[in-house]
Design a protein around this ligand. Sequence first.
Ligand code: FCB
Length: 449
Amino acid sequence: MSSHHHPAHFPDDFVWGVATSAFQIEGASDTDGKGPSVWDTFCKQPGAIADASDGTVACEHYLRYEQDLDMIAQLGIDAYRFSASWPRVQATGSGDWNTKGLDFYERLVDGLLARGVAPYLTLNHWDLPQALQDKGGWANRDTVHRFVDYALAMHARLGDRVASIATHNEPWVMSVLGHETGIFAPGIKSRATAMQVAHHLMLSHGMAMRALREAGCKASLGIVLNLSPIEPATDSAADRAKARLEDGRLVRWYMDPLFKGTYPADVLEHLENDVPAVQPGDMDIIRTPMDFLGINYYSRSVASAGEPWDVHKSGLETTEMDWEVYPQGLTALLLRLHQDYPVPAMFITENGGAFKDPMVDGKVHDADRTRYLQQHIQAVADAMQQGVNMGGYMVWSLMDNFEWASGYAKRFGIVHVNYATQKRTLKDSALWYQQFLAEQATARLAQVA
Ligand code: FCB
C-alpha cells in the first residue's frame, strides 16, 4: 500500500499500540486461584449475552500469552495496552494476594520488555471481584479503599517496569451501562446507584493516583474515558437541549471533575434526587493532576428529543455494532477537549471497528477495517496539525475477543481468532498496520541520520 494514504509526519516519540482487556481474552476464569468477577456472574444471567457465551475460555490468552507476545512483537508496535484482572490477583477484592495471579502479570510484563514493547497497564477494565459486588460494589464507598490497595499491590510488583498505569477504563460505561440501563455487569437498573458509582470510580481514581505517586511510582498515570461528540438530530431547540444534556452526562460529568474539580451544574440539576453523595475533599482528590488522558473513540452520538435516532438514515457507513464510521468526530472531539480543558498529553487508547470479516482460504480481507483505521489515524493527525498534543494511538483490538454483551459474534481484532482451535491469523488490517509502523520507524531513523 502506498504511503500517501496516511500521514507521514508523526513525532518521533508518538506511541503506536494495540489494546486488549483481561476478561475479554484471558479465559482461565477460575484457574490458579482466580476469584469470580461481576462479569463471570453476569454471563450466567439468561439473556444477558447475545450468544449465551461467557469468559471461561475466551482466547485462552492466560495459557497462550507467550505466542501472543510473539505476535505483538511481530506487529512492530511500541506499546501494548492490557488490563489486569483484579480477582485474579486478589480473589475476593480484599485480604490475601494471589501470588500465581501476580506472577502471570509479571511474566507478561517481562515478556513485553524482553521484546522491546512498553507495557501500558489498566487496573480496572470492568471485572470487579464479585465478593465486593456482594457488599454493594462501586456503590459502596469502601470499594474505593479496596481499589487503592489493589493499585498499590500492582505497583509493588510491577510499578518499576510498566510505562503507564490507567486507573479505570470508561467509568461512564461501568456507571450507566452497568447500573442505569443494566445491559452490562452487574446489571443494576437505578440511576441513583449509577451516579454514586460514577462518583466512587472518580474518587478512587484520584486516591489511587495520589497513593501511587506517594509510593514513588515512576509510570505515567492517568485514566481512560469513552468520549464522543454529541450532535443534535435536528436544529430544533429540543434536540439541542437533549444533546447538551447528553454531553453533560458523557463528557462533562468526567472531564469537569478531573480538570475543574466540579460536577456540571446543569447535570446536577437534571438529576434531582439522583445526585451522588459527595464528601468534603472528594473533588480536590479527583482533580489530582494526571500525566495523560486516555480516550476511547468509536463513533459520534446523535441526540434526539423525539423519535430515537435511526443510525441507518444518515447514509453513513456503519460497522457491525451499528456505529457510524465518523472520523471527523474524532478531530472535533480532540479540538474541543484541547480548547475547554487544561489537558495533559492525550492518547487514543482504543479505536477500531467490528466488521463482517469472513475468512477465505486462510485470509481475512478486511478492507473496511483498514480504511477505518487509516481514516481515524488521519483524524488524529488533523487534530495535531491544529495544535492538539497527542501522545499515541492504540487499535482496539489486538485480536477478536469476548465483546461483552455481544459475546463472540462481534469481531474487533486485527488478528482473527478461530475459537474452535485458538488459531490466530493476521487479517489484512494487521498486515497493513505492521507495514505502516515499519514506515513510521523508517521515518524516525531517517530523521536521526
Ligand atoms: C469499549 C471497551 C472495550 C471494547 C470496545 C469495543 O467500550 O472499552 O473493552 O469492548 O468498547
